[in-house]
Write a protein that binds this ligand. Structure first.
Ligand SMILES: Nc1ncnc2c1ncn2[C@@H]1O[C@H](COP(=O)(O)OP(=O)(O)OP(=O)(O)O)[C@@H](O)[C@H]1O
Ligand SMILES: [Mg+2]
Length: 231
């Protein structure tokens, strides 16, 4: 079977991605604060919800209630805001280190009790999931090797459950290395950043990788408005 894809509804981006983000795979969005990562992720979830998919947004930073309040009146989201499942995931270090199977079960059931049972079985098939952001988990864990292990376990779980997952990563200021620890896990990586053009800075995104797709590699300028991101 040809690998499927999960569109964002942003036509130019979907076409550059060969249809959308990989279905049942891992995507990574990397960028500095305020660039538009959360909006892109929510647009992707909203598109899934509009297609009748079950979609999940997990916040590891801002309380998810606040996230919802920030964006719910934007027209790109308002029609499906109640169809998205919103969760907080703010573990303490001891809930992640060492990351045993018991701890994984406890964490997932605690975060999403209505869809994950105590044995990690899904009560509802979830199609798309966003973790905003993976950087927080990296900071909680503190150790690179340990973080890579936790991340690989989470990713394997999502893959086994057939969920298309989007991870969001905070790019440090002046950090030229995009997508630090996570870039090797992803099948699609998009970098969002400010690029200089005619002495002005504008928002742009670049597809760094998308397996099995002959994608453009140049910066694609984009705008944010009430309607979300447009290219
Ligand atoms: N209605 C709007 N019109 C134009 N721009 C907007 C609008 N709403 C939000 N923005 C822009 O979107 C930005 C926030 O986007 P978003 O929350 O997706 O960023 P982010 O990359 O997730 O940032 P963070 O790292 O802080 O979570 C704001 O800084 C603002 O510039
Ligand atoms: Mg954000």
């Amino acid at each position: 079977m040809a690998p499927g894809y999960e569109p964002t509804g942003i036509e130019k981006l979907d076409s550059a991605l060969g249809g959308g983000f990989p279905q049942g795979g891992v995507s990574l969005i990397v960028g500095p604060t305020g660039i538009g990562k959360t909006i892109l992720a929510l647009q992707w979830l909203a598109e899934g919800a509009r297609r009748g998919e079950n979609v999940v947004y997990i916040s590891t930073t801002v309380p998810v209630k606040r996230v919802r309040e920030y964006y719910e009146n934007m027209p790109f989201l308002s029609d499906v805001v109640s169809k998205i499942r919103w969760y907080d995931m703010t573990p303490e270090p001891r809930e992640l280190i060492p990351f045993t199977m018991e701890k994984q079960k406890k964490l997932f059931h605690k975060v999403m009790p209505d869809i994950v049972d105590e044995e990690l079985n899904m009560k509802v098939q979830v199609h798309r999931g966003v973790i905003d952001s993976i950087t927080t988990l990296e900071k909680i864990i503190g150790d690179k090797a340990m973080f890579r292990y936790v991340a690989s376990r989470l990713i394997r779980y999502f893959e086994e459950m057939g969920i298309s997952v989007m991870l969001i990563e905070e790019a440090g200021n002046g950090n030229s290395e995009y997508g630090g620890e996570m870039r090797n896990f992803s099948e699609a990586t998009i970098v969002m950043d400010y690029i200089e053009s005619k002495n002005m800075y504008m928002r742009a995104m670049k597809i760094v990788k998308r397996y099995a797709v002959n994608h453009p590699t140049y910066w694609m300028p984009f705008h944010i408005s009430e309607e979300g991101i447009s290219l």
